[in-house]
Design a protein around this ligand. Structure first.
Ligand code: CUO
Length: 680
């Protein structure tokens, strides 16, 4: 279904293409400039055809070009929906391109780029195209605002060969007086925020059933966000911070303040700060500019109805029939309902809890628009994860899913076991290290190109340098004995902290919420012993590091096919750990492939599959039949209180240590070991 030669090419070698846009699409003031640019472009012109009927965009145009767009404000969602549907309904690539070109300079740029990305990822004739990197065209949403004046200064005053790289200090948003700042490297990580944006582009909550209704999307909403929380808590424990407290009482001040320091380039203002101890007002949100009125009481009402539904094991659908929240589909129904996607089973009854919570928090500094202020970072998916309160809000949301999972029957030994299969070894070998079962993390610098978002009239640009966490590559060494016939097994690797914030060993009841998925892959088990080696960079949770730090559409080989942008960044695969070493439990399980495999009627996927654990495979069935989070998503079976008791022969736990070096190189001497030679 993919066109042999897609018209809408956004890739590197065609960057000099100019679109020849019909004059009626262009604002009269820009027409002369437009003609001049076209003349300069010479042969590299791509003609955009005229539309017989110009689409009616009066509704989405109501949001001004310089106003702030929020993914969670219902009116903005309706506008986005109309835009997505219009782009999806264009009959062929040519008219899709024309419609996009027509909208481009009239619609709010943030809403436009989101809707366009959703449409490109979902149209049968454009899906598979690699989209340009959002931080390169909206750098204001990812980089410290003060960097842009420095960039401008360099570009206009220094010759291209004399320009400095502009470094963003690691500590730009707060000082160490603020304890929460210790995990700012996690919250403000560019790859983490990029993953969150791209997940919400792959799984939009609006846009009509053809883009929203996907296999197990509600369940993935639960699981992906639960994994974000587990990972954040792991990094908090690495930094001597307690795990996140749920935001339960919405009438008490929010202790954590956050000052994002992101400056505006395109919008008039970007992301208001929130001082510590801000109070959500009972007198509620009343914003004419967003045509939005709701009360904290509404949120409380929806919360109570959702908990009541969970404890009764059924939800009331719009057609007034009860739908059971069963073992497999219950979580999916709840995910769509609590997020409040377009396919919520009953949005009148269960409301818009997750989305309007984001909004209430984002507007806490100006709930009634008295000060004409715009939202905080919680208002948009590409910035929300920067704020400590994001994790508190999502912990509350996650608690509802946990409450549902606790109503289900624990997995039996039969559901967890794999007859005649035994894991006899599960070790981690880190490159350059002579000891087993030790991870090594440290800091690393990377440069970024921001020139799509900053137009310097042909003067070129400079690169921006950021510092981020990373780890030394490692591999798993697993031995599995198979006393049965040759079979397929699924290797599931998780890791959790061993101690809580007080230094007390976590009980399984508690620890199971903190297992982060590290990898999942299938193996063919021969009869007898099987040696399995698996490299860290192949993790099913992550995308390769180039996909984060390079603009895949601009700098990588455009012929390499689609590159995944949804996925946890590879450089954040291992939590930070401690300088003295953070003890953790590595859990390895081999489950019966016969019970795991999905029979997708569409056959094997032809799109990117790098990070299927958190992102699924776009527009296809989720490639694992077990409930997401298996085997830790349900309570342990009766009589089991420790991780050791949980183990069956097809599982193994290895104590590991995560050691952090607070510098730009791992502490161990870089002498290549046998591991290096083994890498393909
Ligand atoms: Cu991803 Cu609240 O859903 O941010």
């Amino acid at each position: 279904d993919r066109p042999a030669e897609p018209l809408f090419v956004l890739k590197g070698q065609r960057r000099d293409f100019q679109f020849d846009i019909p004059e009626e699409f262009v604002n009269t003031r820009f027409k002369k400039t437009q003609r001049k640019i076209q003349k300069q472009a010479g042969a590299n012109i791509l003609k955009i055809k005229k539309l017989d009927v110009l689409p009616d965009i009066s509704f989405p145009k109501q949001l001004g070009r310089r106003e702030q767009f929020s993914h969670f404000v219902p009116k903005h969602r309706q506008m986005t929906k109309q835009l997505v549907q219009m782009l999806m309904n264009s009959s062929d690539v040519e008219s899709f391109l024309s419609t996009s070109a027509y909208c481009r300079d009239q619609i709010n740029p943030f809403m436009y780029s989101y809707a366009l990305a959703v449409a490109i990822q979902h149209r049968r004739d454009t899906m598979g195209l690699t989209l340009p990197h959002v931080p390169s065209f909206f750098p204001e949403r990812f980089f410290d605002g003060s960097v842009f004046s420095k960039v401008r200064n360099e570009v206009f005053n220094a010759a291209a060969e004399d320009r400095d790289v502009i470094a963003i200090p690691r500590d730009f948003t707060a000082s160490d007086l603020e304890p929460e700042h210790r995990v700012a490297y996690f919250r403000e990580d560019i790859g983490v925020n990029l993953h969150h944006w791209n997940w919400h582009v792959y799984y939009p909550g609006v846009g009509g059933p053809e883009v929203v209704a996907k296999d197990r999307r509600g369940e993935l909403f639960y699981y992906m966000h639960a994994q974000l929380l587990a990972r954040y808590n792991f990094d908090r424990l690495s930094n001597n911070l307690a795990r996140v407290q749920r935001l339960l009482n919405w009438r008490k001040p929010i202790e954590e303040g956050y000052f994002p320091k992101l400056n505006a380039i395109i919008a008039t203002r970007v992301w208001q700060p929130r001082p510590a101890n801000s109070v959500l007002k009972l007198s509620d949100i009343s914003r004419d500019d967003m045509q939005l009125d709701f009360d904290i009481l509404d949120l409380e009402r929806w919360r109570d109805r959702i908990y009541a539904a969970i404890s009764s094991g059924k939800v009331l659908a719009e057609n007034n029939t009860y739908v059971p929240l069963d073992d497999y589909t219950g979580i999916d129904i709840l995910g769509n309902m609590i997020e409040r996607s377009d396919i919520s089973i009953n949005s009148n009854l269960y409301g818009d809890l997750h989305g309007l919570g984001h909004v209430a928090i984002a507007l806490v500094h100006d709930p009634d628009h008295k000060h004409l202020e715009q939202a905080g970072v919680m208002g948009a998916v590409e910035t929300a994860m920067r704020d400590p309160v994001f994790y508190r809000w999502h912990s509350f949301i996650n608690d509802m899913f946990v409450a549902h999972k606790q109503t289900l029957q624990p997995y039996t030994e039969q559901e967890l076991g794999f007859r005649n299969v035994q894991v006899v070894r599960a070790d981690v070998e880190t490159q350059y290290l002579d000891v087993l079962n030790e991870f090594s993390t440290f800091w690393e610098e990377d440069d970024f190109n921001v020139d799509r978002g900053l137009d310097f009239m042909g003067n070129g640009t400079v690169r921006v340098r950021i510092t981020h966490l990373t780890h030394t590559p490692f591999r798993y060494l697993i031995q599995v004995n198979n006393a049965g016939p040759p079979r397929i097994g699924t290797v599931r690797i998780f890791m959790a902290p061993h101690f809580d914030e007080r230094g007390i060993q976590l009980t399984l009841r508690d620890q199971r919420q903190h297992f982060i998925e590290m990898d999942k892959f299938q193996v063919r088990l021969q009869t007898g012993p099987n040696q399995i080696e698996r490299l860290s960079r192949l993790s099913s949770v992550t995308i390769p590091r180039e996909n984060t730090f390079r603009d895949p559409a601009q700098e990588l080989n455009a012929d390499a096919g689609e590159m995944c942008t949804c996925g946890w960044p590879q450089h954040m695969l291992v939590p930070r750990g401690k300088v003295k070493g953070l003890p953790a439990d590595l859990f390895v399980m081999v489950s019966d492939g016969a019970g795991d495999q999905v029979r997708d009627p569409q056959g094997p996927p032809n799109t990117c599959t790098d990070a299927h654990s958190l992102c699924g495979i776009r527009n296809r069935m989720y490639p694992d039949r077990r409930p997401m989070g298996y085997p830790f998503d349900r309570l342990p079976r009766a009589g089991v209180t420790t991780l050791q008791e949980f183990l069956l022969p097809n599982m193994m736990v290895t104590p590991v240590v995560i050691r952090h070096t607070d510098g730009f190189a791992p502490a161990a001497p870089p002498t290549p070991t046998r591991f290096l030679r083994l890498q393909p």
